[in-house]
Design a binder for this molecule. Structure first.
Ligand SMILES: *Cc1c(COP(=O)(O)O)cnc(C)c1O
Length: 359
């Protein structure tokens, strides 16, 4: 069963309610998107952050298990950047703690699989984000999937009573906004957009809320509209092709960049779907700035350490976060909507600018 929401975080918040979770501790990765923690707090529960595993991005499941107590309500397992959560270890954990719900956060990992098993199905429900930055998109939106018909029924009842319908004018405005911002991302407009961004003008529209505050966007209780829904449905059909393309691109980037001194690569993993192709360098901001001058935009995905953010320092934590902080400080992501030739140029520009990133 799949149920649509205006944001993944709205779905997550109402899912917690449908599961009867209130005043409970919810375990989640420290290395994840800030909105996941916000949705936990807004659902009346407490986030418990867990450091990343030694050689990857995903939550360390030993530390997660050690944090379980009588107040624990759920574990949000996330396949970060599309790298699948280790389902064998997660199964073993569930066997020892059958009362703790497992929620899969698949915002980065549509169709990712662990040894052939779909990550999405390994828990009571899965969260998907569908905004324009995601691998599959309905322009605006999110989705919760579950194999539990009764849970889905409860979730839909809560959704239908809580969400306000989006009027067609409001939806048209949203669609116009997205068309305009897509036009702004064409290469020609790109440099101009950068200038406007530096002047702080775009932030007024895009950041209509402050991510450092525990809050939800003002329209988070306005239902997904029909235009967004039909975009989402048509994206489903293109989806297997999109994933194959990402997997090929990851292989290509990996072969082009793995011998570059100063770049630390992550191994390619079977079943990973690469929402982001990421690597680590010593001085990522310098590399990003140097490459930008040559028209190559690298990203700094998750460059904040969630449990170190002021709004979260008062929440309990059972461990420290050295591995997460290292990822926050060193990870960059390469452009992912590119042709093979564009990827080769990206790799050349990165290689040429590595001196800047190691000083
Ligand atoms: C995008 C994202 C979500 C959901 O985000 P919304 O913007 O609320 O749709 C959840 N988890 C992760 C890891 C994400 O990147």
């Amino acid at each position: 069963h799949a149920t649509a929401f205006p944001y993944g975080r709205t779905g997550q918040m109402l899912l917690m309610e449908a599961l009867g979770l209130k005043d409970r501790e919810i375990i989640l990765p420290a290395y994840t998107c800030v909105v996941v923690a916000h949705a936990i707090v807004k659902s009346g529960n407490k986030p418990v952050f867990i450091d990343s595993e030694p050689d990857g991005f995903n939550m360390d499941l030993d530390l997660a298990e050690a944090a379980i107590n009588d107040r624990t309500g759920a574990i949000i397992a996330t396949s970060i950047h599309g790298y699948p959560v280790d389902l064998d270890r997660l199964d073993a954990l569930i066997t020892r703690h059958p009362d703790v719900h497992i929620i899969q956060d698949c915002a980065h990992s549509f169709m990712a699989n662990w040894k052939g098993r779909s990550v999405q199905e390994a828990g009571i429900a899965a969260i998907f984000g569908l905004n324009v930055s995601k691998l599959m998109t309905s322009v605006f939106g999110g989705m919760i999937t579950t194999a539990d018909a009764r849970l889905n029924e409860r979730l839909r009842t809560i959704r239908d009573s809580r969400l306000e319908r989006l009027g067609s004018l409001a939806e048209l405005k949203k669609v116009a906004y997205i068309l305009a911002s897509n036009a702004a991302l064409t290469p020609m407009a790109f440099s101009m957009v950068k200038v406007i961004q530096k002047m702080g003008l775009i932030d007024r529209f895009v950041r209509y809320y402050d991510e450092a505050q525990i809050d939800m966007p003002q329209d988070h209780l306005r239902a997904m509209g029909s235009v967004a829904a039909s975009v989402g449905v048509s994206q489903c059909q293109r989806y297997p092709e999109t994933v194959k393309r990402r997997q090929r691109l990851a292989k290509l980037y990996h072969s082009l960049l793995s011998d570059v001194p100063g770049i630390e690569m992550f191994p390619l993993v079977d079943g990973a779907t690469y929402s982001h192709f990421v690597l680590q360098v010593d001085q990522p901001d310098r590399l990003v700035a140097a490459c930008e001058k040559q028209g190559v935009e690298l990203g700094r995905v998750i460059d904040y350490c969630l449990p170190d953010m002021e709004s979260y320092t008062s929440y309990i934590s059972h461990s420290d976060f050295p591995r997460t902080r290292a990822l926050n400080a060193h990870v960059i992501n390469c452009p992912s909507d590119v042709t093979d030739n564009q990827a080769r140029r990206v790799a050349d520009v990165i290689r040429a600018n590595m001196a800047a990133a190691t000083k």
